[in-house]
Design a protein around this ligand. Structure first.
Ligand code: NBP
Length: 478
């Protein structure tokens, strides 16, 4: 046995992670269900480091130093269970299986428990950054036992991305069992919200601002020099400035406007509903993709009454552009506030004790939502580890205060002109709901008590009350 780590599942993610380990000086055992893929990796990349190619699970396990560390990088779901069933009987006490796929955290909790009973550590690990990240340094979100992290952590720290501002490795032990995959799921939910907000900014600049895709690319490039500096803004500019070779048109105009999804955004919303965490921005982002995909419904609705957006005059459009930047930034603060709320709620529900500041810190590099903004969130949690909400941080609150007039104006324009802005709008609604002195929830409680005797609490004294709506309307205490 000579390999410090092994990777089974050598499609794009697995092979690139294996190469990353090898490039960092580790000897890496390789395995794949279809052996041809293993040979291919050796042929193409064998020179990059020390690999041990293996043909069977037995050979793979035998190639690993103890405690064995096996990274499973196969399709999430049934394939992961199949691989675990195949390998677990070959392992011994203290060995570690690392699932780097996009597993649902509930599956990870189940697998961790089953394997723990067999003396095997199971580390459900979020890996973000796509294939490039896997090769050059992803953001890594491992869960599992403390003991497994002690053996695995230093290796993950070596292959991970490093935060640009201070060189910290973008990996942290998120917490027990499903914590890592939960953090990764929420990362993806926030990614959905970020993408939706950027899409709305683009749409407004195009339809109301009257800018061309190339001009909007330049606007995003300039935003990328400021507080919105992020990977997603950077690639947005690249996509918008690209010209379709076949037609000579802007690439954005030849792509069908129906967004697809693989499911992690949807999970984030489903779980948030169970936890009672209001992630309205992420939900709107998931629904916006879903609305876009309903081609028939959209075709049947195209003639519905309403304004058609028209471009502002040139002088107005540059002021509008600055306002859209404010709206985008304020909405972004809200969507991160909501995402971190969900992580806190999950951590509380499952007893994970997740350090939100560390989560923000490991998203600063390697992953899709990496951004200068995450340095700010890291700083906010460093200053106040028990921060109840990002909006409770003075700097964020001040920034929203400064942005809100523009944010409201942008929305007023969007509504008047008939441009859909579910992300911007829901972010502002959330913000105003939190600020409100009184919410109409009091009426909701009254209605619930009326039709279902669901009871209510009073503002002026403790206790649970019900009004005899069908009788003389006296109040009784329950
Ligand atoms: P895929 O998700 O396309 O999975 C392909 C791999 O799974 C191949 O190695 C395949 O083996 C193996 N596999 C399957 Br399918 N069924 C199997 C079974 N029953 N037993 C053993 N092996 C089986 O690969 P990927 O895109 O590299 O992603 C790997 C994991 O990483 C996924 O969970 C994905 O969600 C996650 N992820 C992907 C990205 C990304 O950007 N692509 C980012 C972050 C995380 P074969 O060669 O024999 O068919």
């Amino acid at each position: 046995a000579s390999a410090q780590i092994g990777v089974t599942g050598l499609a794009v993610m697995g092979r690139n992670l294996a190469r990353n380990f090898a490039r960092n000086g580790y000897t890496v055992a390789l395995h794949n269900r279809t052996a041809a893929r293993t040979r291919e990796v050796i042929e193409q990349f064998g020179e990059e480091g020390e690999f041990v190619a293996t043909q069977s699970p037995e050979e793979f396990v035998a190639a690993l130093e103890r405690p064995r560390r096996l990274v499973v990088m196969v399709q999430a779901g049934e394939a992961t269970d199949a691989v675990i069933r195949e390998f677990a009987p070959l392992l011994e006490d203290g060995d570690v299986i690392i699932d780097g796929g996009n597993a649902h955290f509930a599956d990870t909790r189940r697998r961790e428990k089953e394997l723990r009973e067999q003396g095997i550590h199971f580390v459900g690990t979020g890996v973000s950054g796509g294939e490039e990240g896997a090769l050059h340094g992803p953001s890594i979100m491992p869960g599992g036992s403390e003991e497994s992290y002690a053996s695995l952590g230093p290796m993950l720290e070596k292959i991970s991305a490093k935060a640009e501002s201070d060189g910290t490795p973008c990996v942290t032990h998120c917490g027990p069992d499903g914590a890592g995959h939960f953090v990764k799921m929420t990362h993806n939910g926030i990614e959905y919200a970020d993408m939706q907000l950027i899409a709305e900014a683009y749409d407004l600049l195009r339809q109301v601002g009257g800018f061309s895709p190339a001009e909007i690319a330049d606007i995003f490039r300039s935003w990328n020099e400021g507080r919105l500096d992020s990977y997603l803004i950077e690639i947005t500019a690249e996509v918008l400035s690209h010209t379709d070779a076949a037609t000579g048109k802007p690439f954005i105009d030849v792509v069908e406007d129906q967004a697809e999804q693989k499911g992690t955004g949807r999970w984030t919303v489903q779980i948030a509903l169970d936890l009672g965490a209001p992630v309205s921005g992420i939900a709107e982002a998931v629904f916006a993709r879903s609305v876009s995909g309903h081609a028939d419904l959209r075709a049947a609705s195209r003639k519905l009454a309403g304004p058609r957006p028209h471009a502002l005059g040139e002088a107005d459009s540059s002021a509008f552009c600055a306002r859209v930047e404010q709206a985008l930034y304020a909405s972004k603060i809200v969507s991160y506030t909501q995402g971190f709320h969900e992580i806190a709620a999950g951590s509380e529900q499952y007893g994970w004790n997740i350090d939100l500041g560390k989560v923000a810190a490991i998203w600063r590099g390697g992953c899709i939502i990496r951004a200068a903004f995450l340095d700010r969130i890291t700083g906010a949690y460093a200053a106040q580890p028990q921060l109840p909400s990002l909006l409770a941080d003075k700097r964020f609150a001040d920034e929203i205060a400064a942005a809100q007039d523009d944010w409201r104006q942008v929305l007023a324009t969007a509504v008047t002109q008939g441009v859909p802005t579910p992300g911007f709008s829901s972010a502002l609604a959330y913000y105003d709901s939190l600020r409100a002195d009184r919410l109409p929830a009091a009426l909701t409680q009254g209605q619930r008590d009326y039709f279902g005797a669901h009871t209510y609490r009073r503002t002026d004294r403790d206790g649970v009350f019900h009004t005899l709506w069908g009788g003389d309307r006296t109040e009784v205490e329950r």
